[in-house]
Design a protein around this ligand. Structure first.
Ligand code: NAP
Ligand code: MG
Length: 501
């Protein structure tokens, strides 16, 4: 994958100016609004990827109708057959890994190594989800009456709306669509308007895997014009949403008003605690990787380090050393370790937090500067920011509390583990935490004391493709995704009494 291969590939696609469509009932159809919006590459904002539908309520209605009509036949397709589609889908994701990664990097901006990893992760999750179609839980219970068998079965909830953000344009849609299919639900997918291209390709791959028409539908467009009618549609029985806490709360209110289910994966302000830990260099390596992957635009990014006072200077030194080694540049540049922020709006929001950090008295220990915006041949480049470290951060500061969603890491010092735990819990979020410690009793007790959905001991906040994924407090609501816990969202239980004699 040489420096120019991705560029060549993008040129070869002759995508510029191409018009894309919604995918409804197995067909590519223009939006009923007749409107489209242009999409540009993240790292080369003057290069157009194409024009994508700016859909509205009528498109949503058609997509939901299609998903609803095919629901009975899809739910009655035997689980192993549904799994068969997903196994083929996973194989095709792997076979098309490079192409999907290029598309992902072009629209999102993350470096190719990360994009390749994301596609592989999506394939792994799709395979795990396929297995779920073989292992729906049921229960047979003793009966009050020997002539009546008492059992509990699980049934798919029906049409599910899947709404995804722009930071993981391949894995998040797959994380929602694959389990929905495994459990027998049908889907209307609305990806972020900043990253529709990957989803278009996913529809092609699903079709190639043999998915019947109408089982998954794609409606592209803005959150308000597509998201609102989708969430409030009476035939949508569940909403699986990943995005900001603010929107999650709103969506939950609308869904709750008509008793539709929700699965919400929201924001985070994840901490890494470093307490009585010898290998500070190793901790720094893990922390830096988890803080700056995807330019920090990850819900599980480590954004706070909470370190015991006497280790702080040495740890900060190792962190800065690692940060200096990150080469910032476009996805396809040799050795690039961090791409641009997705767009100007996100860049300005993150830069605003850096200014606030300085103003509130945190010490800017590294980075904080915007990097040259000019791309090759003088063309407009992406919104690059240096990886940034603040030390001397205290709990009242804005950068210690709010989700920044960019490459900014804050170091807070704690007198002892009790204070470290208190600081870790001093945010509205509760997604993931890393704890670096050599003390067995801390490794044993701290997971109970920190209010989060995922705990990582002695490594960064990297999850696995079959483990439950989610958060508490303002980080999430409803059954955790990825793992077997998904069945709680995508199915309902039913009590069945059978009189056999
Ligand atoms: P966002 O602004 O909340 O948007 C998420 C999705 O919701 C997008 O597809 C958006 O469409 C759509 N949307 C907007 N308005 C809507 C409405 N009224 N009804 C229904 N849907 C609507 O989030 P983002 O900016 O894309 O992503 C960043 C956020 O996601 C961060 O807070 C991050 O922490 C969170 N996140 C969480 C996880 C997790 O697993 N916990 C993972 C990744 C990201 P448009 O794009 O068209 O606006
Ligand atoms: Mg947003």
């Amino acid at each position: 994958m040489g420096e120019y291969r991705m560029l060549d590939w993008l040129e070869e696609q002759e995508q510029a100016g191409r018009k894309y469509a919604n995918f409804i009932n197995g067909e590519w159809v223009d939006s009923a609004t007749g409107r489209t919006s242009p999409l540009y590459e993240s790292a080369r904002p003057n290069r157009k990827i194409g024009d994508f539908p700016d859909s509205g309520e009528e498109d949503v209605n058609r997509a939901v109708q299609a998903a609803n009509e095919v629901f009975q036949s899809w739910r009655n397709t035997p689980g192993p057959a549904r799994a068969g589609v997903l196994y083929r889908f996973a194989d095709l994701l792997e076979r098309n890994r490079e192409e999907l990664a290029y598309m992902l990097s072009a629209e999102q901006g993350k470096v190719l190594a990360e994009s390749l990893g994301e596609v592989q992760r999506a394939a792994n999750e799709a395979r795990f989800a396929a297995g779920e179609a073989f292992r729906l839980d049921g229960q047979t219970l003793p009966s009050e009456n020997n002539q009546i068998r008492a059992a509990v079965i699980r049934c798919p909830i029906g049409v599910v709306a899947c709404i995804a953000p722009w930071n993981f344009p391949i894995v998040t849609p797959v994380r929602k669509v694959a389990p929905a299919l495994a459990y027998g639900c049908t889907v209307v997918l609305k990806p972020a308007s900043a990253t529709p291209w990957s989803s278009v390709r996913l529809m092609e791959v699903l079709s190639e895997a043999g998915l019947p028409k109408g089982v998954v539908n794609l409606v592209l467009g803005s959150g308000s014009r597509v998201g609102d009618p989708l969430v409030s549609h009476p035939l949508v029985n569940g909403v699986s949403f990943t995005g900001s806490t603010e929107l999650g709360l709103r969506i939950n209110g609308i869904a709750a008003a008509r008793l539709a289910k929700t699965q919400l994966e929201l924001g985070g302000k994840n901490a890494a605690l470093v307490l009585d830990y010898d290998n500070l260099e190793g901790a720094a390596e893990q922390i830096v990787a988890a803080a700056f992957a995807c330019s920090g635009q990850r819900c599980t990014a480590i954004s706070r380090v909470i370190v015991q006072k006497d280790l702080a200077d040495r740890l900060n030194g190792h962190i800065i050393e690692r940060m200096k080694a990150i080469k910032v540049g476009p996805a396809w540049a040799d050795g690039a370790g961090m791409g641009p922020l997705i767009d100007k709006k996100q860049f300005e929001s993150v830069k605003g937090y850096i200014d606030t950090g300085k103003r509130e008295g945190a010490v800017l220990a590294y980075g904080g500067e915007r990097l040259d915006m000019t791309g090759e041949n003088g063309e407009l480049g992406g919104c690059y920011l240096q990886p940034t470290l603040f030390t001397g951060v205290t709990r009242g500061m804005t950068i210690a509390k709010e989700e920044i969603f960019g490459p900014v890491l804050s170091v807070l010092e704690a007198a002892d583990w009790e204070e470290a735990v208190e600081l870790a819990n001093a945010t509205e979020y509760g997604l993931a935490v890393s704890i670096f410690t050599d003390r067995l009793e801390l490794a044993g007790t701290l997971p109970d004391l920190i209010d989060v959905g995922m705990v990582h001991i002695n490594h960064g906040t990297a999850s696995q493709a079959h483990m439950p994924f989610g958060g508490v407090k303002r980080s999430g609501f409803g059954p955790f995704s990825i793992g077997h816990t998904n069945q709680e969202f995508f199915t309902n239980v039913k009590a069945v009494y059978t009189k056999s004699r």
